[in-house]
Ligand binder design. Sequence first.
Ligand SMILES: [Zn+2]
Length: 341
Amino acid sequence: MGAAADDRFSRQQRFAPFGAAGEARTRAATVAVVGLGGLGSWIADHLARAGVGTLRLIDRDLVEESNLPRQGLYGEADARAGRPKAEAAAERLAAIGGPTRLEPCVVELARKNVAELLGGADLVMDGLDHFAGRFLLNDWCRQQRVPWIYGGAVGGSGSVLRIEGEEGPCLRCLFPDAAGAVGGDTCDTVGVLSPLPALIAALQCSEALRFLAGDRRPARLWHLEPWEGRALALQPGAPSPECPVCARRSWPALEAAAESEEAKLCGRDTVQIAPAATAALDLERMAARWQGLGAVEQGRFLVRLRLDGVVVTLFRDGRALVQGTDSPARARALYERLIGR
Ligand SMILES: [Zn+2]
């Protein structure tokens, strides 16, 4: 490594508990960031700046204007163009420079692809905003003994926990059911101010760097309510004897019957269609097939068609976002007509 690279990372190397050994381990690590929204965009930014060796950037969504107040890495041009977050994030992180290898993945994490997406990761970062996805992360990471760092931020409060090893609890120990986890609140219903997810993401990254540096002291369960001026660092306790994962070594999210993905509402007027089987699509052929139906646009990760007031964005794995409708039936019909499977 040259003198310039030494200087770039000199401040983190000089922090004694991290030091040159932490630096070397961080440079050799592969970290998967799942979800690149309010948490994940800041997580990716911190970890790229810290010089993590490989960052896998996993997100299913497109940048929207309502993301801009609290999601780092994106700008109005990304929202106007409806770019995939993973693509826009990778471009922004590449501009920051440094040694990090970036692997943008424009996909939805699901049971069918979790092993492919997370395989080989030394650490998984939770940048998700829904518990179905977190339980999938939890179960796969527990089964494969890959450490992961939970982060949640909704309304006025946020939490962080590094989940690793048999002595500590998993996410299912803490939240036996998804609905009870946050009282059903989401950022869509109760809102959020931008400092909270940025704070939670930074705390997740602090835990990540501590882990990558080889510090194996027990994790704390962090709970922050900055608006109220409250901060707690709790002993997370032991695994629950009721937990299916920790007590019975079963993995509900991995064993669920065929995923009922199909059509679901995803935001205010966007429906996602995700076929259960994955077969790579030829986007160029699809773009050619759609010529004449409406305005067609093709990017590295997608092909897009505007017709009859809706925008259909199709990804290589067959997943599509239909913007401009809140009717899963209408979106499904459109999908069958345009993609035909
Ligand atoms: Zn558990």
